[in-house]
Design a protein around this ligand. Structure first.
Ligand code: ADP
Ligand code: MG
Length: 261
């Protein structure tokens, strides 16, 4: 039996809050119909991605990177298992609630910029608000455009921009709603290597500046080497999970996964 000792030291201060999880996959499986059978692309993915971190997702072509990202972003549903994003269990959302959650809490950058040609740069950044998301303060919109280096282009139309500038508008739009998580699937695949490097640098630095969680699918080891963590998909699972790997470690891991196929 324990008794309270009046001379015992005061209780320890509470522990600092544990790092919060931005994205959690629990036993996620995903199959697609393939002729008269099914192919299982994800065969039990378990991972927790910390809030505010930058995670790169890599793996051979067809290893399920886009499937992983689309499921994390609520664009596709897992066949089984659970997905939690920003503290919300996506499986618990019904009907339009997933769309509203995506619109208000998540950001996306795709390979195609998806800018509306008849809207100005400023209007394209404010597009989520035009679609019903919370309004974006013009001063904040200008600040985000400044972070991506386009403060002086707010009045331009997309047709007057280079590919790199257009993708930076898409980045500003994805970040301006202050999403819990920003997802990007090979966002610079349509750009030349030099512009691609610049745009990825802007994406990463802006997300870090705004303390947003960034999950980026990339095939570029140099880009992934800037991440806090690199997840490698292979054989339907997270085949490797490296913290701050070097370019050589990343290249070695990719080679091993390609040889294992
Ligand atoms: P990655 O992005 O790593 O190249 P994907 O996630 O796009 O891989 O695709 C993984 C596998 O799943 C591929 O074999 C692809 O053909 C298959 N797949 C992806 N989406 C679908 C779909 N909607 N219907 C059927 N098969 C699909
Ligand atoms: Mg893909």
């Amino acid at each position: 039996m324990t008794t309270l000792d009046p001379h015992s030291p005061p209780p320890l201060p509470p522990a600092p809050p544990a790092t919060r999880t931005a994205v959690r996959f629990t036993d996620v499986r995903k199959s697609y119909p393939d002729g008269d059978h099914t192919i299982e692309v994800l065969s039990g993915v378990n991972v927790a991605i910390e809030e505010g971190s930058f995670t790169a997702v890599m793996g051979p072509s067809g290893s399920g990177k886009s499937t992983f990202l689309n499921i994390a972003a609520g664009l596709d549903a897992p066949s089984s298992g659970s997905v939690e994003v920003g503290g919300q269990d996506l499986g618990g959302l019904r009907g339009d609630a997933v769309t509203v959650f995506r619109r208000d809490r998540l950001g996306f950058v795709f390979q195609a910029y998806n800018l509306l040609p008849h809207l100005t740069v400023a209007e394209n950044v404010e597009l989520p608000a035009l679609l019903g998301a919370p309004a974006i303060d013009p001063a904040w919109r200008q600040q985000v455009l400044g972070l991506v280096g386009l403060a002086d282009k707010a009045g331009r139309l997309p047709g007057q921009l280079s590919g790199g500038q257009a993708q930076r508008v898409a980045i500003a739009r994805a970040l301006a709603t202050k999403p819990a998580v920003v997802f990007a699937d090979e966002p610079t695949g349509a750009l030349d290597p030099h512009t691609a490097t610049q745009v990825l640098d802007v994406l990463q630095r802006t997300a870090a500046h705004l303390r947003q969680t960034l999950v980026l699918v990339t095939h570029d080891p140099a880009v992934a080497s800037a991440a806090d963590r690199v997840l490698f998909l292979g054989g339907g699972v997270i085949a490797a999970d490296l913290r701050r790997p070097t370019i050589a470690q990343i290249t070695g891991q990719l080679t091993a996964l390609n040889e294992a196929r």
